[in-house]
Ligand binder design. Structure first.
Ligand SMILES: Cc1ncc(COP(=O)(O)O)c(C=O)c1O
Length: 388
């Protein structure tokens, strides 16, 4: 029996190393990685620039704690706020922690405005993490069940429904913020309507709410712009990100601007590891590479190629419902449960994932090239066609 708590149903494969978009298992078999560690390995595996940055840093200093200045942390924060069009940045170690930071920031913002029960609007179908506050914010009962009592101070709203938000605004003077993913990832790759997001921005301004976007999955170039909101016509007050930021070295960021940027003060939040020299060395190498190698543009082009190839290759009578997403965050919804496709894909040397039971989710590395994108699209199309 394994000494691990059985919190994951793992596939029967162990990878020993990787190279670019490929992973190699303990039998020497090579797999095309269409999921990149759940959207984490944006530069693929063993990227020379990340490897060099972390080995060099590990030879000097791994950790000092936030009792002291960390130069690379200041530099990475400056880069991220410049890219995001924001003002300040806090570093944590996971997506859930970045969202906890945003939640605490919003509550404090409320208390500073004399609201004793600050409340955050969250959406049905959302996923924000597994800590108590973030699983409460998550709109999926399966993730919450058994962990009651949940955390107070959240109101759930249906997606893309402005009148529901207006009603909440009318009935709840305690609302201080909204928290939403621009594209719901774990929920099955559902992009929120652009017009909805723009109106949410206006509602936030009109009611002095903070607009907080969870870009843990969509951030760091995956959807074709550095942050997904940059493809739209507004800037949130707070954006959280993680996954692609460290290419596998744990690091997350909560980035804020304007009235949100100076809310958290000394002693009000912290993390022993957050933004340590090793994580920031990785983050800097990743951000520089995404920008210099124009990986946002590549994500957009390769995403379109995968979509077009799927449309071309899928049989007209296959169980496809629709293809959703943006850049290299793609959801292919089928008219049935398709979890077993993950195992058939593995057998054919392809790593994919299924979200919301019926949606194949692709989150390949942003460095994927044309041939590899075609290989991925053909492999996925063959799997879907085989369901007929
Ligand atoms: C949108 C979103 N938010 C938060 C999280 C939680 O991130 P982590 O698992 O790093 O805590 C995830 C993870 O899948 C996510 O997709």
């Amino acid at each position: 029996m394994s000494a691990l708590m059985q919190t994951y149903a793992r596939l029967p494969v162990t990878f020993t190393h990787g190279q670019g978009v490929y992973l190699i298992d303990s039998d020497g078999r090579r797999y095309l990685d269409g999921i990149a560690g759940i959207g984490v390995n944006s530069l693929g595996h063993a990227h020379p620039r990340v490897t060099a940055a972390i080995t060099e840093q590990a030879g000097k200093l791994i950790h000092t704690s936030n009792l002291y200045h960390i130069e690379s942390q200041e530099t990475l924060a400056q880069q991220l706020v410049t890219i995001a069009g924001m003002d300040t940045c806090y570093f944590g170690n996971s997506g859930a922690e970045a969202n906890e930071t945003a939640i605490k920031l919003a509550r404090l913002y409320g208390h500073q405005r004399s609201l004793s029960r600050p409340t955050i609007i969250v959406l049905e179908g959302a996923f924000h993490g597994r800590t108590l506050a973030t699983l409460t914010a998550t709109g999926n009962r399966k993730i919450q069940a058994g962990f009651e009592p949940l955390v107070a101070g959240f109101i759930r709203a249906p997606v893309n429904d402005i009148s529901a938000l207006e009603q909440i605004a009318h009935n709840n003077p305690d609302v201080v913020a909204v928290l939403m993913e621009p594209i719901q990832g774990e929920g099955g790759v559902h992009p929120l309507d652009t017009a909805y997001l723009q109106t949410v921005r206006e509602l936030c301004d009109a009611n002095s709410w903070l607009m907080m976007l969870d870009e843990v999955q969509t951030g760091n170039g995956r959807t074709g712009t550095y942050f997904a909101y940059q493809g739209l016509d507004f800037t949130p007050d707070v954006v959280t990100t993680a996954k692609g930021l460290g290419n596998g070295v744990p690091i997350s960021a909560c980035i804020a601007r304007g009235r949100a940027s100076q809310v958290l003060g000394a002693g009000q939040h912290g993390s022993t590891y957050g933004g340590n020299p090793l994580a920031c060395a990785a983050g800097l190498a990743v951000v520089d590479t995404i920008v210099e190698d124009k990986l946002c543009a590549n994500a957009l082009q390769m995403g379109q190629l995968i979509r077009d190839t799927l449309v071309q290759k899928l049989d007209s009578n296959c169980p496809l419902v629709e293809i959703r997403g943006q850049g290299l965050m793609l959801g292919i919804e089928l008219d049935r449960s398709c979890k077993e496709l993950v195992t058939s894909a593995l057998a054919s040397g392809l790593l994919i994932n299924v979200a919301a039971d019926n949606t194949i989710r692709l989150l390949p590395p942003l460095i994927i090239n044309r041939d590899q994108a075609l290989q991925l699209a053909h492999g996925v199309a063959d799997l879907i066609n085989s369901l007929n």
